[in-house]
Design a protein around this ligand. Sequence first.
Ligand code: DHB
Ligand code: MG
Length: 246
Amino acid sequence: MPFSTHSTAAAQRLDFAQENYRWNEVDTYSMAHSHPASRPNTQALQETLAASDASALPRYALSAPQAKFLALHIRTAGVTHALEVGTLGGYAAIWMASENPQLHVTSIERNAHHAAVARRNIAQAGLAARIEVIQGSALDMLPRLREEVQRGDRPRFGFVLIDADKVNNWVYFQVARDMVSPHAVICVDNVVRDGELVDGDDVDPSVRGSREVVEKVGSMSGVDSVVMQMVGEKGYDGWLWAVVND
Ligand code: DHB
Ligand code: MG
């Protein structure tokens, strides 16, 4: 049943965005100026969204401004290795890698169909050498990656995007925390959920998973965090932004 809960909540967020049409218009207007269609990655990003729609993937990708913000953060911080939990069609990974020639992305996707679509999109974007899609459950794959990192077979990550099922947010966060470099950011998408984050009685497992990660990261030593609320073409939501100090 978690899937129907997720899609209902996501549909409500999209309805909210349609009612607040200016959220969309501001995203469109701003990106037309901040990232005009003449940019080198425009075609790859448009084709990625079109192929993801054609393959019936859910429209859960980050918005263009959100994904570009992450790409610019990665550039500012000089990140060379990023980890993504939840590839979907590869849209965010393509944004991050196409804006950062120094960047390698390792991305985990549980759904085999999503992973296949993402690999096609990534190859089509010419980024197969810098974006690795690992197909499998993050609950299995993250501990394997952690072993490789701890053995020294894989570099530590300077940025992590957690954007998969929301129930396991806190589990994903803890494993990610073990394999990041000092001053890495770990970003957890979709914690605000139309403001449902503040409802301690909400039985939606995604709300519970979002509250759990916000509360537990907030009391974790060596990590400073903030929740950023956002509106835009994806409705009213926001992410947890956590900086690992050591
Ligand atoms: C859902 C998941 C996401 O990662 C997102 O950005 C929006 C919605 C969901 O499962 O409802
Ligand atoms: Mg998301």
